[in-house]
Design a protein around this ligand. Structure first.
Ligand code: FES
Length: 291
C-alpha cells in the first residue's frame, strides 16, 4: 500500500475521535469574527495555504544554507523566521480543521501532531545553536525538516484528495453550460427565502438556489462553496450589514449582491448566475468567466 492509500485508511480510523473533540470544540468557541479572519473570509481566499509558505519556505531554505558552512548564520535566522511564522499558520489551520468532515479532521490531527513535533525540533535547534552546539542544532533542524515535509504531504492530501480547500461551488459550476436556463415564472418564486431550481448542464442536472426579493431574483450554484451544503435549504439573513444567503450546514453567509462570503467558515465566494426577465419568466446563465 502506498502512502496515499495509508492516509485514506487512516481517515477511516475512529480511535482518536473522542480525544480530538475537545480541541475541536475549543476552536469552535472562538468568536466568529476572529475565526473569519483566520479562515480568510475577509480575503475571499483561504488564509492557511498563504501563511504556510513562510515556515515551509524558511525551513527548506535553511536546510540548503546549513549545508554551506559560511551560510549557517543565515540558516539560523531563517529557522527563527519559520518558528515565528508557524504559530499564525497553525491558528489558521486549526480554524479550518474545526469545520471539516470527519475524515479530513482525522488526517488533520496527524498533520497538527507532526507540525508540533517539527516545531519543537526547530526550537530545540535554535537553543542548541545559541549554546554553540552547531552540530546538534543541524541534526535537530534536519529532523524537523523531515517531519515538516511529511506533514506537508498530508496537508496536500487533505486539500487535493479530500477536497478540503477548493470551492465546491466552482466545481459544480463546471457542469453547467453558459446557455440561458428558464427557471420558470417569477410568480412561482417564494419571497425572501431560497428556492431550489435545476440547471441543465453537460448531461447532468445542477442544483441552483434562487432568492426572490420583490421583482429581483438572485441565483447561485446550489452547492455551498465550503463543503457543498444545500443552499436552497438555507435562509436569507442580514449578516454584517449585507443581505445574505446562509448555508444550513455551517452557517457561512454569502452576499446576495455578489456571492462574496460575509461570514465563514467559507473563504471562497459562491458562484452567482446572471439573471434576466423574459415575459415574466426568470432566465439565468453562468457567466463565461466562471467556467
Ligand atoms: S457547507 Fe459548510 S458552510 Fe456551507
Amino acid at each position: 500500500m502506498g502512502l496515499m492509500g495509508f492516509l485514506d485508511r487512516w481517515a477511516d480510523v475512529d480511535t482518536f475521535d473522542g480525544a480530538m473533540e475537545p480541541a475541536r470544540k475549543a476552536v469552535q468557541s472562538v468568536p466568529s469574527a476572529v475565526k473569519d479572519v483566520l479562515h480568510g473570509t475577509w480575503l475571499g481566499h483561504s488564509l492557511h495555504p498563504v501563511l504556510v509558505q513562510v515556515p515551509v519556505g524558511s525551513w527548506v531554505s535553511a536546510g540548503i544554507l546549513d549545508a554551506i558552512p559560511a551560510m549557517r548564520p543565515a540558516a539560523t535566522l531563517l529557522i527563527g523566521t519559520g518558528v515565528a511564522a508557524a504559530l499564525p499558520a497553525a491558528a489558521t489551520g486549526a480554524a479550518d480543521w474545526s469545520e471539516q468532515g470527519t475524515g479530513v479532521r482525522r488526517l488533520g490531527a496527524v498533520h497538527a501532531v507532526l507540525n508540533t513535533a517539527a516545531l519543537g525540533l526547530y526550537v530545540g535547534s535554535l537553543a542548541a545553536r545559541a549554546k554553540g552546539r552547531g552540530t546538534l542544532g543541524r541534526v535537530l533542524s534536519y529532523a524537523g525538516l523531515g517531519l515538516a515535509g511529511g506533514s506537508a504531504a498530508i496537508g496536500g492530501h487533505m486539500s487535493y484528495a479530500q477536497s478540503s480547500g477548493p470551492s465546491h461551488a466552482a466545481t459544480a459550476a463546471r457542469a453547467l453550460t453558459t446557455d440561458w436556463i428558464d427557471l420558470g415564472p417569477l410568480d412561482d418564486f417564494p419571497e425572501g427565502r431560497p428556492a431550489l431550481r435545476t440547471g441543465k448542464g453537460h448531461g447532468a442536472d445542477v442544483p441552483l438556489a434562487a432568492v426572490r426579493r420583490g421583482a429581483r431574483v438572485d441565483v447561485f450554484i446550489g452547492a455551498c462553496s465550503h463543503l457543498s451544503g444545500p443552499l436552497h435549504e438555507g435562509t436569507v439573513e442580514e449578516v454584517r450589514g449585507h443581505a445574505c444567503l446562509v448555508c444550513p450546514w455551517h452557517d457561512s453567509a454569502f452576499d446576495l449582491e455578489n456571492g462574496q462570503p460575509r461570514r465563514g467558515p467559507a473563504a471562497n465566494p459562491q458562484e452567482k448566475l446572471e439573471v434576466r426577465m423574459e415575459a415574466g419568466r426568470v432566465m439565468a446563465r453562468l457567466p463565461s468567466h466562471q467556467r
